[in-house]
Design a protein around this ligand. Structure first.
Ligand code: NAP
Length: 253
């Protein structure tokens, strides 16, 4: 079998939240498939840079606080200056704030919605505009969640944002498929990253969640790699608006 359909040779991928966790896992996988990486984030990305370079790919770090829309054009300009073009955008950066729904603050609501949804949409919009203007196709991969499907506990803004990510993925896909832009999402299950540190530190919740995962283990950042490469590559050219769960079977339970 010829696996070149999954090759990302000659492609450039922008990955937000590249310094750690799932973003780092996806940077490494995309680099291994041949893509150069533009890592976007507010923290030091040297660990990811070293991992990507070990795969033989280039890495450009772009500092940006994605709480606001202000850095968007600079991210795309920097990617264009260094690599001439960007082909793939992975909207991975996201935050979670936990509080009982009756006490949930407006500032937590706004921070979560702005980071997880508002920036994701407007970065995608600017990325797509550049592709459309230059008559090139491309790939957008949004990171959704199990809480795109379920309600969750003590995370109302996160659930609202991730449910909307799944919806807006379909909405963008419907409008941009005709330009050769694929917009899809990945819904990770319960993964070992900073995002779930609090959950994992509660032994009862940890065991409860583990007991419900058919695969019998929490996910690791490397588990995201296959789905990310698939949705970034020509292998998924006729797939639009779909959210692919990488969840050890959680949703099938
Ligand atoms: P993580 O380790 O907390 O990573 C989140 C990433 O987003 C970090 O790189 C973080 O940067 C970045 N980020 C957050 N706010 C930012 C901002 N204002 N500006 C720039 N970067 C910002 O958790 P993760 O699990 O890898 O999360 C990655 C994505 O997967 C998120 O969208 C999350 O919601 C989603 N997800 C995770 C799970 C899970 O089980 N872990 C499940 C479903 C979905 P800093 O390190 O600087 O904070």
């Amino acid at each position: 079998m010829n696996f070149s359909i999954f090759s990302l040779e000659g492609k450039t991928a922008i990955v937000t939240g590249a310094n750690t966790g799932l973003g780092q896992g996806m940077c490494v996988a995309l680099a291994r498939a041949g893509a150069d990486i533009v890592g976007v984030g507010r923290s030091d990305m040297s660990e990811t840079e070293a991992l990507v370079r070990t795969e033989g790919a280039e890495f450009l770090p772009v500092k940006a606080d994605l709480l606001t829309l202000e850095p968007i054009e600079n991210i795309l300009d920097e990617a264009g200056k260094r690599f001439r073009k960007a082909d793939i955008l992975v909207n991975n950066a996201g935050i979670i704030r936990r509080e009982d729904a009756e006490n949930y603050s407006i500032s937590d609501w706004d921070d979560v919605m702005n980071t997880n949804l508002r920036t994701l949409f407007f970065l995608s919009q600017s990325f797509a505009k550049r592709l459309i203007d230059s008559k090139r196709g491309g790939k957008i991969i949004n990171i959704a969640s199990m809480l795109s499907y379920q309600g969750g506990i003590r995370v109302p803004a996160y659930t609202a944002s991730k449910s909307a990510v799944m919806g807006v993925t379909k909405s963008m896909a419907n409008e941009w498929a005709k330009y050769g832009i694929n917009v899809n999402a990945i819904a990770p299950g319960y993964m070992v990253t900073n995002n779930t540190a609090k959950l994992r530190s509660d032994p009862a919740r940890y065991a409860e969640i583990l007991g419900r995962i058919p695969a019998g283990r929490w996910g690791e950042p490397s588990d995201m790699g296959g789905a990310a490469v698939f949705l970034a590559s020509a292998a998924s050219d006729y797939i639009h608006g779909f959210t692919l769960a990488v969840d050890g079977g959680w949703l099938s339970r």
